[in-house]
Design a protein around this ligand. Sequence first.
Ligand SMILES: CC(C)(COP(=O)(O)OP(=O)(O)OC[C@H]1O[C@@H](n2cnc3c(N)ncnc32)[C@H](O)[C@@H]1OP(=O)(O)O)[C@@H](O)C(=O)NCCC(=O)NCCS
Length: 368
Amino acid sequence: MECPRGLAGVVVDQTKISSTAGAHLTYAGYPIEELAHASFEEVVFLLWHTRLPSENEIAVFRHQLVSQMVLPAETVRLLLYVAKEPQHPMSILRTTTSLLGTTNDVDHDEPPKILAKMLITVAAIIRIRANEPLLEVDPHLGVVENFLYLMTGKRPSKELARMFSTVMILHADHEFNASTFTARVVASTFADYYSCLTAAVCALKGPLHGGANERVFEMLLEIKEQGLDPREFVEDQVKQKRKIMGFGHRIYKNGDPRAAILKQIAGKLAAKTGNSEYFEIQRQLADYMLQRFNLHPNVDYYTSLIYHCLGLDKEVFTMLFAACRTVGWLAHVMEQRNENCLIRPNSEYVGPTDRHYLGEQIQKRGHA
Ligand SMILES: CC(C)(COP(=O)(O)OP(=O)(O)OC[C@H]1O[C@@H](n2cnc3c(N)ncnc32)[C@H](O)[C@@H]1OP(=O)(O)O)[C@@H](O)C(=O)NCCC(=O)NCCS
């Protein structure tokens, strides 16, 4: 039997959290096209409980999340030191996620508190990097409004908060993607939540996964600043055997359903913030990639422009992905723990066989 590289097409376990069957993304059975209109808190609740909350449950849940968007003093002290360093923000997030597991109650902390800590950590890293003071949550605002406020220092309009809720919802989960699977592998050994999240952040960092959104913006910047023709840019990259970031997907070969929604948001925000030139480059690139390679944009393609329109540096884009995906990581860690079976696959050994250490040593000594 041929071994499937990269576990492509392999069903490794069952889940009730989300599905990409038939290239349609659903969370607990609801299509993401419909959930894009829900509140972020509702979707978090759905992914964690596989049912929608009542009005009362949402209010309690929202309060639970917002009130815990505070960092322990020790974490702030460390962040003030490390977040200014030239290291990549995802490296800082990785270290801080691990640190959260030592400055909080690693054995008893529950997902609402952990999600709140991850959101405030990402916002704090962004503020410290920008030499801006850390802000306190506004108890009158929801999670998304607070997250935007804590990052940018501006209370968002209703329209912006709605658009950003959709962005966060679309990034919240994606069945057994690389970082979620990583979290599940760690969870399957019964390691604590913070260890699972630290491992997931590491997996998300790479350019073939969450790290792609930063690379997409680098590409747009290069095309715009150097006045390049997007088609020539593509051909040049292909000649150098480089992939075009933000295109292609392991599962969606005919288009990522999230990208279709994100495209609309990117277009609107770009027009509002004077970034239409980037959107036009994206349009030309996407047309050419489809015509030339039959490759469609993925979730990271339009998100990069959305984050740029919020006034954020490209280096922090992948951290925003991590903040949103923490919802799914936690959902999967809970599911893995509840129905645990240690994840320990086999490999097909293709190295040399029938070698004998003792015989080789005797031979070597004989020659010496
Ligand atoms: C996402 C990704 C890793 C999926 O990978 P995969 O399922 O393993 O598919 P492969 O990388 O084997 O790609 C299949 C073919 O399409 C080509 N391809 C896929 N994505 C491409 C891209 N972005 N640019 C150029 N060619 C690409 C590959 O070179 C390969 O061609 P070949 O068969 O001639 O060798 C891949 O599409 C990619 O690297 N994309 C760019 C990074 C990115 O945007 N990541 C975010 C994902 S959400």
